[in-house]
Design a protein around this ligand. Structure first.
Ligand code: GDP
Ligand code: MG
Length: 197
């Protein structure tokens, strides 16, 4: 009889390998590289599919917003990462669609474009205002993209770090074009932060 009970318990247990989920939204001014970052943050298998389907479309439509999912392994633990690529025309005006959905936020600017950096402040304000009092608050990463454009840099690394410090968020610089592995690491870092909460 005991044996039978134990077996029943086993059957109702949630499968051990069910991946947990992590929703990440990418925000920032147009042209800062959000769509490219979304593309390279996913595993090579997902990338192949994306290159076949999306690359083509986004070249023609900068207003395209979409969410891609990828089963990633972060620190030996599976996780279903969903990344929403946004395309706001006028800053964070219609942000309800992603604020409630996201577990983590990546706010992007281009290091060769001061205006895109200034736009980040609005996003940081909108996200922190929304998260205030929420448990968990949801990690925020400020990301300076296009470090391969060093020659045209308009935003110093110190400026990026200072803004991040002011909002209590993480800060990285990358190149979506040159450094795919670093980009993936940033998304994995977001997953780690969500797990820590
Ligand atoms: P979005 O409007 O934020 O989605 O920006 P996109 O991803 O469409 O990128 C805007 C432009 O910047 C495109 O021409 C990209 O190829 C280019 N781009 C994106 N990331 C990088 C990068 O790291 N370095 C350079 N040099 N160009 C980039
Ligand atoms: Mg885009």
């Amino acid at each position: 009889l005991m044996f039978g009970k134990a077996r029943t318990c086993n059957i109702v247990t949630v499968p051990e390998h069910e991946p947990s989920e992590c929703n990440i939204v990418i925000l920032g001014a147009n042209g800062s590289g959000k769509s490219d970052l979304q593309e390279v943050c996913l595993s090579p298998a997902a990338l192949t599919v994306k290159f076949l389907t999306k690359r083509f479309i986004s070249e023609y439509d900068p207003n395209l917003e979409d969410t891609y999912s990828s089963e990633e392994v972060v620190d030996q633990q599976p996780v279903l990462v969903k990344v929403m690529d946004t395309a706001d025309q006028d800053g964070p005006v219609n942000c309800e669609r992603y604020l409630g959905w996201a577990n983590a936020f990546i706010i992007v600017y281009s290091i060769d474009n001061r205006t895109s950096f200034e736009a980040c402040q609005q996003y940081l304000e909108a996200v922190t205002l929304y998260s205030k009092g929420l448990q968990p608050e949801g990690p925020v990463i400020l990301l300076g993209n296009k470090v391969d454009m060093e020659r045209y840099r308009q935003v110093s690394k110190a400026d990026g770090a200072a803004l991040a410090l002011r909002f209590g968020c993480l800060f990285f610089e990358v190149s979506a074009c040159l450094d795919f592995l670093s980009v993936q690491q940033i998304f994995h870092e977001a997953v780690r932060e969500v797990r820590r909460e």
